[in-house]
Structure formats: structure tokens, C-alpha cells
Design a protein around this ligand. Structure first.
Ligand code: ADP
Ligand code: MG
Length: 360
């Protein structure tokens, strides 16, 4: 069941086209991530979903209803930004309760004539306290109500920002690079926490990051963007194993991208070696062949599909990253075995280690 649908969204600022032909269907409860380099239109798209920006063209539907021009405060959607933007002069309780104090709920009652009526009422102090307490539990900071913002670490402040964003039970939480200001260790920890928070809350998360590893770790569905456009939508496995474009192959993980030519049900690599290819690309057409570093094996010279000279070896902890040269091509592979610079190796590529993309 869809919660948010973006239909052919376009956003222009004067002469800059920030987002173009953006169509996306987000299912209820999904964790969707917009992934792409800086400037590709992630924040702009998120701001249109939140209502801070209006699309130049296209529509945004929420539960099937057009909300393209609905003001932000009417949308059941909250945003967490990179800089947590807590109020420094308020304590934690007041920071989280801030929005709740303005909020009203609908109460039904019977009037003197016995008709059922509704009226808006403010939340009571007890209701607010209970909601704040529950939000603090979700972010694992029970009992922090009386603390001052300045006494919290960056990670804790960001959790408070999340508590504030979920306290009024939005249907959708938008998160714009929320972990960008944290150090690596805290970021990894918060990634897992956010993922488990998402599972516990059952609300829809739309997350923005330029960090491909973060996107792969957290998401049900990843929307890879470049230059204001969607490059590919898929599960983390799909975008890693079956990139649609050279941009996606290059941006997600590490890739070797070789020139190849189709020859029947085979693709012939630059080095002359052939691999089976079931994709239906025209015979003789040029293709790009993606091979992940971990899908290349090491053999003695002459014993692989191609020979290559070792140019550099970098120790990466779990493995060595070895860069080699074969003809005009540079090849990157991973190996637990050391190789000597200048050594000639035979490289092996398994048939299912290659992925073919039509050249444009
Ligand atoms: P991202 O979040 O992926 O880094 P943005 O959505 O912030 O990218 O920006 C997309 C493009 O739109 C960029 O070229 C940016 O300069 C431009 N842009 C964003 N906001 C504005 C604005 N308010 N006025 C003019 N150009 C903008
Ligand atoms: Mg941004």
C-alpha cells in the first residue's frame, strides 16, 4: 500500500533545474533512502515532500490524496536535519514537548440536543508528559527530561532531535543526512539504532545520504540519484549486484568497468576473454562490463583469463587492495594474499562475477 507517491516532479530555481522527472512510490512502513552525490537534488526532493518547497511541475500524493500545495504544518510529516537544531535555552523535556504544546486533538462530545459534535482541545499536561516519556524511551534516553542540551553529546542531541520529530506520531519521518555531523563510530552505532527504531515504530522513513555504505546498511529501498534524476530504484542487493548504469556501478561500492562487445550470447572483454551473457543486447554492440574487485581471483601468470602487472598493493586490514595494469586498463582487486609490485599475475573472473550494461 502506497503512502507517498511522487509523480513526474520537476523543481526549478530560476535557471537551475534541481530535480527532473522524479517519480517514486513509497510503501507504508518502508525505509527508503535517497542516495547520490552532493548537489544531485536529494534535499530539494525531501523539502517538497515536507512542503517547504513547491514542485514546479508534478504531483505529490499522500495516501492517494494530492498534497502538492498543502502547507508543511498540515502534513503528517516531520523532518530531522543534519544539525539537530535543538533550543539551547530549553531543557530536554521542553525541547521535545515544544510542538505538542501547540498541537490540538479532536474530541467528540454530545451537545444539549444530543447530537455528536467534535471540538479541538489542547493536550493536557499529563498527556504531554506521557508522550515525551515514550519518545525518550524510543531513543533510549529515559530519564533525560531535566537535562540541559549543553550537557549532551552530539549523538545524544541527535537522538533528542529524533524524539522531538516522532513525539507527535507523524506518518512519515524525513531524515536529511541526520548522522553527517557525528564521528564514524557514533555514526555506525546510530545507523543500527535508527534501523531498529524504524522497525519498532512502524512508520515510514525517507532518509537522505551521500554515503553508499550507510544507504546499503539501512534501507529497504534505495533511490540512486545524480544530476536531479533517478538513476535506479532497488533493494540494496539489486543496486549493488545489478546496477542499471555505469554511474550506479561506480557510485555503489567499488567497480572495475571494462569495455566489451556482444557476440551472440557472449560478451568479449577488451582482453579477448569471453563470458556468457544472457542479456539480449544486439550482436556487435559495445557494452560496459562491471566486475567487482572481490569477484576477481589471482592465479599464476598465464593461468587466468588475462595477465596483468601489479602496480600497487595497499593493506586494508581484512585484505590487500591490489591495483594492476593490463594493456590500457587498470584493474582493482582484493586479495588476502600479498603480491609483489611488478609481478605478472593471471586473473580469473567467474562468469557470475560480470555484469553487463549497454553503452550509451
Ligand atoms: P543535495 O541535497 O543532493 O546536495 P540539493 O537538493 O540541495 O542537493 O540541490 C540540488 C541543486 O539545486 C543544486 O544545484 C543546488 O545548488 C540547487 N539549489 C538548491 N536549493 C536552491 C535554492 N534555494 N536556490 C537556487 N538553487 C538551489
Ligand atoms: Mg542536501
Amino acid at each position: 500500500e502506497s503512502i507517498i507517491e511522487l509523480k513526474n516532479i520537476r523543481k526549478c530555481y530560476d535557471n537551475v533545474v534541481a530535480v527532473k522527472d522524479f517519480s517514486l512510490d513509497v510503501k507504508k512502513g518502508e525505509f527508503v533512502t535517497f542516495l547520490g552525490p552532493s548537489g544531485c537534488g536529494k534535499t530539494t526532493t525531501l523539502r517538497m515532500i515536507a512542503g517547504f518547497e513547491l514542485p514546479t511541475e508534478g504531483q505529490i500524493l499522500l495516501n492517494g490524496r494530492d498534497i502538492s500545495v498543502m502547507p508543511p504544518n498540515k502534513r503528517p510529516i516531520n523532518t530531522v536535519f543534519q544539525r539537530y537544531a535543538l533550543f539551547p535555552h530549553l531543557n530536554i523535556f521542553e525541547n521535545i514537548a515544544f510542538g505538542l504544546k501547540l498541537k490540538t486533538k479532536e474530541v467528540t462530545y454530545r451537545n444539549k440536543a444530543g447530537e455528536t459534535m467534535t471540538r479541538k482541545e489542547k493536550l493536557s499536561g499529563a498527556e504531554i508528559r506521557e508522550k515525551v516519556e515514550r519518545a525518550l524511551e524510543v531513543v533510549d534516553l529515559e530519564g533525560f527530561e531535566k537535562r540541559d542540551v549543553s550537557t549532551l553529546s552530539g549523538g545524544q542531541q541527535q537522538r533528542i532531535a529524533i524524539a522531538r520529530a516522532i513525539v507527535n506520531e507523524p506518518e512519515i519521518l524525513l531524515l536529511d543526512e541526520p548522522l553527517g555531523a557525528l564521528d564514524l563510530k557514533m555514526r555506525k552505532e546510530m545507523q543500527l539504532e535508527l534501523k531498529s527504531m524504524h522497525e519498532r515504530l512502524g512508520i515510514t522513513f525517507i532518509y537522505v545520504t551521500h554515503d553508499q555504505e550507510e544507504a546499503l546498511t539501512m534501507s529497504d529501498k534505495v533511490v540512486v540519484m545524480s544530476d536531479g534524476m533517478i538513476q535506479q530504484i532497488g533493494t540494496p542487493e539489486e543496486i549493488y549486484n545489478e546496477p542499471n548504469t555505469v554511474f550506479v556501478a561506480d557510485f555503489i561500492g567499488e567497480s572495475n568497468i571494462f569495455n566489451g562487445k556482444m557476440s551472440g550470447k557472449k560478451v568479449v572483454l577488451f582482453c579477448g576473454s569471453e563470458f556468457p551473457c544472457l542479456d539480449d543486447f544486439p550482436v556487435g554492440s559495445d557494452v560496459d562490463v562491471v566486475v567487482r574487485p572481490e569477484d576477481i581471483g589471482m592465479a599464476p601468470a598465464g593461468a587466468g583469463q588475462l595477465n596483468a602487472v601489479v602496480r600497487s598493493v595497499i593493506f586494508k586490514g581484512m585484505h590487500y587492495e591490489i591495483t594492476l595494469e593490463s594493456g590500457e586498463s587498470e584493474i582493482v582487486m582484493r586479495s588476502t594474499k600479498l603480491a609483489a609490485i611488478g609481478e605478472v599475475l593471471g586473473l580469473t573472473i567467474e562468469p557470475d562475477g560480470i555484469h553487463v550494461i549497454p553503452s550509451d
